[in-house]
Design a protein around this ligand. Structure first.
Ligand SMILES: [Cu+2]
Length: 417
């Protein structure tokens, strides 16, 4: 009896400690190498050295099919420890590689490499990955594309082609220096100097016209745009001149399709939209402009890219612009958000728990800590984010590992019985 019980607990401990492989035998396995290092980029007439993956901004795309597994070997050739987060990947029973620094894992130390295991389950559509240490995500991010498995397809007509559109924030200064100064003084961080579409600020900024991103389209074809907001702080309106778009997915899941003139996308969100090239061949602006329902300062600039039709025609003197809502147009933002609904069908069931047993009340806010006039935030105080009025002090070990050690102790305790 005792021996059997010991064996059972050994087995249970193995399951608890090592996780249980949920993925099926058919899941394909993908391998990526991410080399994290500083290299030079020039925007807005200025060159700076910044941290990226594989020298690209935005970074490389991870492509999988639903239910696959990816191994990403991160080689940290930077100066500081960094974690990478797989935003929106549920990773069932595999929380050890989720990324938030000192919460699910320790940062990958500078000069070392570490292989992260990413287990995909029911996600389908677009997600993204980004660094999760202070503000490193500003320059260290990229798309995750999750295609339908073999033998299945999209819940809409197969698009003729697809393109990733990453919205980002550009700081002329070094982002680490900006957040370090913020943490040291308690002031609000510097605003970004530009927004970007696929790494480029676009025609409306200094020294940017020659590098504006162009999306080439053919008349009559439909394109799946996988839009990701890697913007640091502001919510964004986004639209394309003279073209409605159809939103079909969000955050790695499908939606009831909605046809809109603009979307409103928040930092961290992804949206899959269909664009049909049905206008006369020309150049059309796609535009990202901020939406802010706050009195706090925000970057009020506007980023552009160009939807350019194939064909023989003279480019217009200036591409047509979409009329996006004003930056304080909260009804416009709400009108869009209210229309977002999950696609619920036999093939795409949504299992929302209907029996709610516990209600939690959570307040997320940015508070002011009194430091007797010595800080550089509003009224000489320090800005500090909180949940339910409790701020977070970074621990020396990661919280999940601490939890893990506790589980280990319980297991050893059982084995000794
Ligand atoms: Cu994230």
């Amino acid at each position: 009896m005792g021996a059997n019980r010991g064996l059972l607990f050994t087995f249970l401990c193995f399951v608890v400690l090592h996780g249980w492989s949920l993925y099926s035998a058919e899941a394909a396995v993908h391998y990526y190498d991410f080399v994290l290092k500083k290299s030079n980029f020039t925007r807005l007439c200025n060159t700076k050295s910044m941290l990226t993956v594989n020298d690209s901004f935005p970074g490389p795309v991870i492509r999988v099919q639903k239910g696959d597994v990816a191994y990403v070997n991160v080689h940290n050739q930077g100066k500081y420890g960094v974690t990478i987060h797989w935003h929106g990947v549920k990773q069932p029973r595999n929380p050890w590689y989720d990324g938030p620094e000192n919460i699910t894992q320790c940062p990958i130390p500078a000069g070392t490499n570490f292989t992260q295991e990413i287990i995909f389950s029911d996600e389908e559509g677009t997600l993204w990955w980004h660094a999760h240490s202070e503000w490193s995500r500003a320059t260290v991010h990229g798309a995750i594309i999750i295609s339908p498995t073999d033998g299945t397809t999209y819940p809409f007509a197969k698009p003729d082609a697809e393109e990733v559109i990453v919205l980002g924030s550009w700081y002329t200064g070094d982002v680490k220096a900006i957040i370090d100064a913020t943490l040291a003084t308690g002031a609000s961080p510097n605003l970004s100097d530009a927004y970007t579409i696929n790494g480029q600020p676009g025609d409306l900024y200094n020294c940017s016209k020659d590098s504006t991103y162009h999306l080439l389209v053919e008349h009559g074809k439909t394109y799946l745009l996988r839009i990701i907001s890697a913007v640091m702080n502001e919510e964004m309106f986004f639209g394309i001149a003279k073209h409605n778009i159809t939103v079909v997915g969000m955050d790695g899941a499908y939606l009831e399709p909605i046809n809109v003139q603009y979307i409103m996308i928040t930092p961290g969100q992804t949206m899959d939209v269909l664009l049909t090239a049905n206008q006369s061949p020309s150049y059309y602006y796609m535009v990202g402009s901020p939406y802010a329902d706050t009195i706090a300062p925000f970057d009020k600039t506007v980023t552009t890219a160009i939807v350019r039709y194939h064909g023989n025609y003279g480019p217009p003197p200036s591409p047509a612009s979409p009329s996006l809502p004003a930056s304080n147009d909260t009804p416009a933002a709400e009108n869009f958000m209210r229309r977002l609904k999950s696609l619920v069908s036999k093939d795409y069931p949504i299992n929302v728990p209907k029996n709610v047993t516990t209600s939690l009340y959570i307040t997320a806010s940015v508070n002011l800590i009194d430091c007797h006039g010595k800080c550089a935030g509003p009224m000489g105080m320090r800005l500090s984010a909180s949940m339910n009025n409790i701020s977070f002090q970074k621990p020396t070990v990661d919280i999940l590992e601490a939890y893990y050690q506790y589980v280990l102790l319980i297991c050893l305790h059982f084995l000794m019985l």
